[in-house]
Each structure stands twice: as structure tokens, then as C-alpha cells.
Design a protein around this ligand. Structure first.
Ligand code: 5AD
Ligand code: SF4
Length: 482
């Protein structure tokens, strides 16, 4: 096929309708256009820089975007002085948006120096109408904008931009489509995220995710199991099953499958050593799941169980569908089944109407549960969510005071909890070089805590036994054991 002389409209006409074949067609088309550009620019390579903000979902999406960019022929670079710069954005908190606008100014100055540079924005922030309107108006140098539902289309959008030479904007309001089998490039050869579902139906009153990621859609269990098998044949020993609320997996499938059933099926895949999952909503964490975890050797002893608030009144206003007492009962049930479980959480401080008494309830839960670690957030008002319209937004001063008190407590407890495995031998998956000068490696235990120890980089990707010499608060120093 002679792609070079084809206009974008002709390419659209020739491209297969069905996916992923259509995208493979556009990857080849972009490759030809890029080769031509290289000649014009007298450059041997065109580089890309991909910056990812936000959660594990975005990280996984970025691996897919990276796979497409590499298939087109771009080479990765750490520097933003690249020919294609892509920001995969997050919008959970307002300050994330501000950071992106700040960085765009800098990108514009780089673009002045490189006539071939393209700037692209995608991800959650682009699903907000005001954001796209602002970029169209004030950041006209941006080349491609797309959202969360159509990341698989990157090659097609790039082809349009290269040929039509004007800003391309493609935002979908929602989708029930899941495009499988596009190229991906994993950050680590030995571990990978695997999407099991997309979107969220919970509408917690502070949260923008259901608006930017759409309604819950589960992938078929067959597609998931096939992907995990393929990954494990390719050397992956640890997978992280990803969804905004994994415990409601499978409810909208033609033949419903529970998350516990999916976990049990994945557990049978021989080459796989570790299974993790993220995130669990306390209202949906079933006894069946606790039982499945308990009976599995591969599912890591770690649950991320966002609390958000310890006050039943605030939880109600947050639309979380559980009370303080129900959360504590759930924790007891999990710990009774798996005493060595590591529990981590997310907590928001300063939700509208939060009183000092409400905050003390949160502190009380923190002290009772003793989380291994907790991500603490200051409430951020997100336009379009019900909480943004609530009265009694809390003063900055009160929020800061509560946030500092919470953080102090969380840090103290997590350093005590981390110490509980000191002087034991633990199985560790070696992930990276920590400090080349001291020949230190970094590995991760099943409970997600890291350990640094002396060893050779050939161990990366392998599971080894490590003696935990000393807890350093949130990580360990250890010694490799035969
Ligand atoms: N303000 C502050 N934190 C928020 N989160 C979600 N929305 C907001 C918001 N508007 C936090 C929640 C969630 C985590 C991913 O981000 O704690 O679990
Ligand atoms: Fe947001 Fe709640 Fe859905 Fe989590 S469960 S993504 S906090 S709406």
C-alpha cells in the first residue's frame, strides 16, 4: 500500500471499519508519514515524551499509548524537548489541573524552537468541557486532544493532525466499547496492570471520576484470563487487576461473574506468582472474596480499602453507603480470616460540613484499624459534583489543622505497623536497582512494603528470600538469603 500519497480522507476511506484492524492500519499510515517527516527534518529519529498523572488506571493507559507510539516509530525520551509530548492527565483534585496549565506554558516555549513538535493532551481532565474550551481558546498551540474513552485511537488522531495541520479534538461522552489487542509497552517486564473494568457507578458526592470515566463496564473474564496467560508467558510474574471498584466486577456482563470467581480462575495460572488488585469499595467487599483470598497462595495479603471519613454523618453526605461501624466490622472480618493482612486507605479531610467531632471520628477509626499506610487528601471542590454545591465549605485554616493532626497519627501508626516483620525472612520480588554505588536493589514484599538489600541486578524480576534487618519507617534494609 502506498500510504505516502494518500490524503487523510482517502486513508479513512481505505481503513478497515472494525477494531483493532483500523488502528493497525493507521499505525502503518503514521509510520510512513513519520518517515517522510524525518527526511524533511533531516533527523534519524523522532522522539516522544509521555508524562502520566494520577492513578494506576492512567499508568496502564499510558503503557497502551506508549505501545502505539513505539509501533509508529517514535523513540522514548526523558526530556520534554521531544518531537511528540503527551500528557495523560488526572482531574481528581483541582490542583492537578492547575499543574497542567502551568506546564503547558513551558511546552509552548519548546515548540517555538522545534517546528516539528506536537503537543497532545489526553485523560480525565480532557473529559471536562470547560477544560477543552479553555485550551481551544488560550492554548492554541496544542495539537491533539482526546479523552479517556478513545485512547486506542491515538494513531488515527495523529494521522489527522499530521495531514490536516490543525488542532484535532476528539472527546467521547461515554462508550460501551472495549478495544482489545492493541500494542502495549510495559514499564516493567516482570509485572503488569490488567484492566478488568472501566468507569464507576458509585457517584461518591465529592468525586469527578464517574463523570470523566463513564459508567461501569467489565471486560469479559475470558479476555482477562487470556491476557494474563499471555503476559505470564511473556515473563510477567505479578499482575495488578485494575478497576475503580473491583468488587462490583462482572455485574453487567451477559453471564455475570463475581470478582471472587475471577480471582480464583486467575489463581490457577501456573507461571503467575503474585496477584494484586485495586481498588476495593468497602460496601461491596464480599465474604466470598475474603474466602477466595484466604484460600489463595498467590493473592497478596494486601487490601486497599478507602475509608474517606470515619464519621457516619459525613459518609452519608459522601454517598459512600456504609457507616463507621460497618467499616470497622468489615476490617475485623478481614483480619479474622487473614491476620497478616496489610490494610491501606484513602482519607479526605475537610469535606463540606465536617465538624471537629466528625474529624475526631476519623482519627478514632485510624487508631482502631491501624492502617499500614494511608493517603491523606485535602477535600478539593470539583465543579459538577454534588458536594461542590453543598453549604458549609470548611475554612482553609481548620482543614490545615486537621490535615496535620491526621498525617501525624497516620505516620506514627504506619511506622509502627511497618516494623512488625523486622527480623523475619520474607519473599521479595526484586524490582529495580536502588543505589548502584552501594550495589543496593529494591524489592517488594507481598504486603506492598519495599526492602533495599545488596545484590546483583541480574536478580531483577525474580523472587528471592530477604532477611529484614531494620525497619526504616516505611521501608526496610535487609540481607539476601539463599
Ligand atoms: N477531593 C479530595 N480528594 C478526593 N479524592 C477523590 N475525589 C476527591 C476530591 N474531590 C480522593 C479519594 C479517592 C482518591 C483516589 O482521591 O480519597 O479515594
Ligand atoms: Fe470516585 Fe467513589 Fe467511584 Fe472511587 S468509588 S472512583 S471515590 S465515585
Amino acid at each position: 500500500m502506498n500510504y505516502i500519497n494518500m490524503t487523510y480522507d482517502e486513508a479513512c476511506h481505505h481503513a478497515p471499519i472494525e477494531e483493532p484492524a483500523r488502528q493497525y492500519y493507521f499505525i502503518e499510515y503514521c509510520k510512513a508519514l513519520l518517515d517522510k517527516l524525518k527526511e524533511v527534518a533531516e533527523k534519524e529519529t523522532f522522539t516522544f515524551h509521555l508524562a502520566t498523572f494520577g492513578c494506576q488506571m492512567n499508568s496502564r493507559d499510558s503503557e497502551k499509548l506508549q505501545g502505539i507510539l513505539e509501533a509508529i516509530g517514535f523513540e522514548e525520551t526523558d526530556s520534554e524537548e521531544a518531537d511528540f509530548v503527551l500528557y495523560n492527565t488526572c482531574t481528581v483534585r483541582e490542583n492537578a489541573n492547575q499543574r497542567v496549565y502551568g506546564r503547558l506554558g513551558h511546552l509552548n516555549s519548546l515548540k517555538q524552537k522545534n517546528p516539528h513538535m506536537m503537543i497532545s493532551l489526553c485523560g480525565c481532565m480532557m473529559q471536562e468541557e470547560e477544560v477543552v474550551a479553555k485550551i481551544r481558546k488560550s492554548y492554541r498551540f496544542v495539537d491533539i486532544i482526546f479523552g479517556t474513552h478513545n485512547i486506542f485511537k491515538l494513531a488515527e488522531l495523529m494521522a489527522e493532525r499530521l495531514q490536516k495541520k490543525k488542532m484535532v479534538v476528539d472527546i467521547w461522552e461515554g462508550t460501551d466499547r472495549i478495544v482489545e489487542d492493541l500494542p502495549t509497552d510495559r514499564k516493567y517486564p516482570f509485572k503488569s496492570g490488567v484492566n478488568i473494568m472501566f468507569g464507576c457507578n458509585n457517584f461518591c458526592s465529592y468525586c469527578i471520576v464517574p463523570y470523566v470515566r463513564g459508567r461501569e463496564r467489565s471486560r469479559s473474564s475470558k479476555d482477562i484470563v487470556d491476557e494474563v496467560k499471555k503476559l505470564s508467558k511473556d515473563g510477567v510474574v505479578e499482575i495488578m487487576l485494575l478497576g475503580q471498584n473491583v468488587n462490583s466486577y462482572g455485574k453487567n456482563l451477559e453471564e455475570p461473574v463475581s470478582f471472587a470467581e475471577l480471582l480464583t480462575e486467575i489463581d490457577q495460572i501456573e507461571e503467575l506468582k503474585r496477584i494484586r488488585f485495586m481498588t476495593s469499595h468497602p460496601k461491596d467487599l464480599s465474604d466470598e472474596l475474603i474466602e477466595a483470598m484466604k484460600n489463595s497462595k498467590k493473592v497478596c495479603r494486601h487490601i486497599h480499602l478507602p475509608l474517606q471519613s470515619g464519621s457516619s454523618n459525613i459518609l452519608k453526605a459522601m454517598n459512600r453507603s456504609y457507616t463507621k461501624e460497618q467499616y470497622l466490622v468489615l476490617v475485623d472480618k478481614i483480619r479474622a480470616a487473614m491476620p497478616d493482612i496489610s490494610l491501606t486507605t484513602d482519607i479526605i479531610v475537610g469535606f463540606p460540613g465536617e465538624t471537629e467531632e466528625d474529624f475526631l471520628e476519623t482519627l478514632d477509626v485510624v487508631k482502631k484499624v491501624r492502617f499500614d499506610s494511608a493517603f491523606t487528601f485535602v477535600y478539593s471542590k470539583r465543579t459538577g459534583t454534588p458536594a461542590a454545591k453543598m453549604e458549609c465549605q470548611i475554612s482553609d485554616e481548620a482543614v490545615k489543622n486537621r490535615f496535620d493532626r491526621l498525617l501525624k497519627e497516620v505516620k506514627l501508626i504506619s511506622s509502627e505497623m511497618c516494623r512488625r516483620d523486622e527480623h523475619t525472612i520474607q519473599e521479595v520480588l526484586v524490582e529495580d536497582i536502588n543505589d548502584p554505588a552501594r550495589e543496593l536493589l529494591t524489592g517488594r514484599m507481598g504486603n506492598n512494603v519495599t526492602v533495599h538489600f545488596k545484590g546483583d541486578s541480574s536478580l531483577i524480576g525474580k523472587t528471592v528470600n530477604v532477611y529484614l534487618d531494620e525497619s526504616k519507617g516505611f521501608y526496610y534494609m535487609g540481607t539476601l538469603r539463599p
